[in-house]
Design a protein around this ligand. Structure first.
Ligand SMILES: NC(=O)c1ccc[n+]([C@@H]2O[C@H](COP(=O)([O-])OP(=O)(O)OC[C@H]3O[C@@H](n4cnc5c(N)ncnc54)[C@H](OP(=O)(O)O)[C@@H]3O)[C@@H](O)[C@H]2O)c1
Length: 252
């Protein structure tokens, strides 16, 4: 798959699946716009990308929970790279909350970042994706069993599944495709960002792995390969699809 002269915008590029995706696209010749908040991590990813094919990514350090920052990402990408061929919606975070909590702060934050943001980014990128007959890939969780504390995630997953399917139908007349890649439990910084101590991360992952059908935690590079495929035109009628990469963990 050749992404030479293709402009690929990756949110969540400073870490985990987004970082692995950025590097894989770079190795396939893509010109990148990378978005995150952690400067050191984003610049490190950008350096690796640049070293692969000597194409310097545009790095944008912005909090995407604010609409003005989303607008800035799209505006600066088009100013700098002149177009957008691919949007990868990969920014997200994990927090625990439930109906037993007495506030809506965490719920609202999760909805804003994990659900509203992909919608907003598609809206903003659409005028540019129409010109390039581009691709959108939404990254969100596989339909695993809902654990206590993760009800908003189940709601977000179902909404994003519908968004991907019905959104693809809305975009198809413009020649723009939208698909989803839905990982099972994947080894990223998600636990650290979830305030799990570094010393405990391995232990937590091995406990989670023991509950998986194949006893493995997925590596982000595997998810990145599926994202690359979904963003390519290898299969022109792959559209509105939810590609689940979870080692059969959701096949209960
Ligand atoms: N890891 C898993 O097991 C798993 C499973 C299913 C689905 N997913 C989904 O995959 C996506 C990537 O997750 P990951 O596991 O790679 O997590 P990660 O390593 O924690 O990376 C999350 C990324 O999102 C960015 N981000 C978070 N809040 C942001 C904000 N307000 N503004 C801008 N960027 C923000 C982070 O940037 P900074 O760190 O620079 O702030 C980081 O680049 C998420 O949507 C997640 O829900 C993950």
């Amino acid at each position: 798959m050749d992404f030479t002269n293709k402009v690929v915008l990756v949110t969540g590029a400073s870490s985990g699946i987004g970082a692995a995706t950025a590097k894989l696209f770079a190795s396939h010749g893509a010109t990148l716009s990378l978005v995150g908040r952690n400067e050191a991590r984003l610049l490190q990813v950008a350096k690796i990308c640049e070293d692969l094919k000597q194409i310097k990514p545009l790095c944008l350090l912005l909090d995407l929970t604010m609409d003005a920052n989303c607008e800035e990402v799209v505006r600066k990408t088009v100013e700098h790279h002149k177009k957008i061929d691919v949007l990868i919606n990969c920014a997200g975070k994990v927090s625990v909350t439930s109906l037993f909590d007495n506030n809506m702060e965490i719920f609202d934050e999760l909805m804003t970042l994990n659900l509203r943001l992909p919608y907003k980014m598609v809206q903003l990128c659409l005028p540019h994706l129409k010109k390039t007959k581009g691709n959108v890939v939404n990254v969100f969780g596989a339909p695993l069993r809902v654990r206590p504390g993760f009800l908003p995630f189940a709601m977000i997953r179902d909404a994003l599944e519908r968004f991907t399917k019905a959104g693809a139908l809305e975009l198809v007349t413009e020649g723009v495709k939208m698909n989803a890649v839905r990982p099972g439990i994947t080894r990223t910084n998600v636990l650290a960002n979830f305030n799990v101590d570094d010393d405990c991360v391995d232990m937590v992952y091995s406990k989670i792995a023991s509950a998986m059908p194949n006893n493995v935690i997925i590596e982000p590079e595997e998810i990145a390969k599926t994202i690359l495929y979904a963003a390519s035109d290898t299969s022109p009628n792959l559209n509105g699809a939810n590609l689940i990469v979870d080692g059969a963990a959701s096949s209960y």
